[in-house]
Design a protein around this ligand. Sequence first.
Ligand code: 5GP
Length: 192
Amino acid sequence: MLKALENKILKEGIVLNEEVLKVGSFLNQQLDPSFIMEMGDEIARIYNDEKITKILTIETSGIPIAFAAGTKLNCPIVFAKKTASSNVSGNVYKSSVYSFTHNKTYEIIVPCEYINKNDRVLIIDDFLANGKALLGLIEIVKQADAHLVGCTCAIEKGFQKGGDSLREQGFRIESLAIIDEMSPAGITFRCN
Ligand code: 5GP
């Protein structure tokens, strides 16, 4: 766990309702570059010995964190684009993702040329809630026949169970901060 992220969430996070945390001041709308680099350093420390050849993320808010980790792990970063399914053409991996924050399902696509069976892939995203975004990205790694090393999200909301369910399925999920409870009155983090 990254204590500095927990402190940042306590200082700047806004609990919009019992399911959604707003971190627009440093991650989702305005970016705090040096803090995002700190998150990247921590991710690189976790996966330092794993010979990651590619980081896979999803637009938009996964990109800065993935970029920060990529500068340290020294590998390319591929981001899945969200698209209306009618736009999909060419040689692409694709899967669909249900977003509970937007209450809609969208296609995510990655051109086949960017991930292949020789890759050791690390998936990165900003939030982990019910796990649908990670499952969509995992599906793309499967379609590429690449090796999935693990998944890291900056902020996991432990009470929404996506992370624990993926761990039970055998995936390596390393979140930088895990929120066990949140309400406008306060936020409680999982101890490690
Ligand atoms: P999941 O697919 O795990 O249910 O949700 C993860 C995705 O939904 C992330 O990519 C993120 O964009 C969005 N998301 C989920 N929960 C939150 C939240 O509390 N705050 C923000 N800003 N985004 C969230």
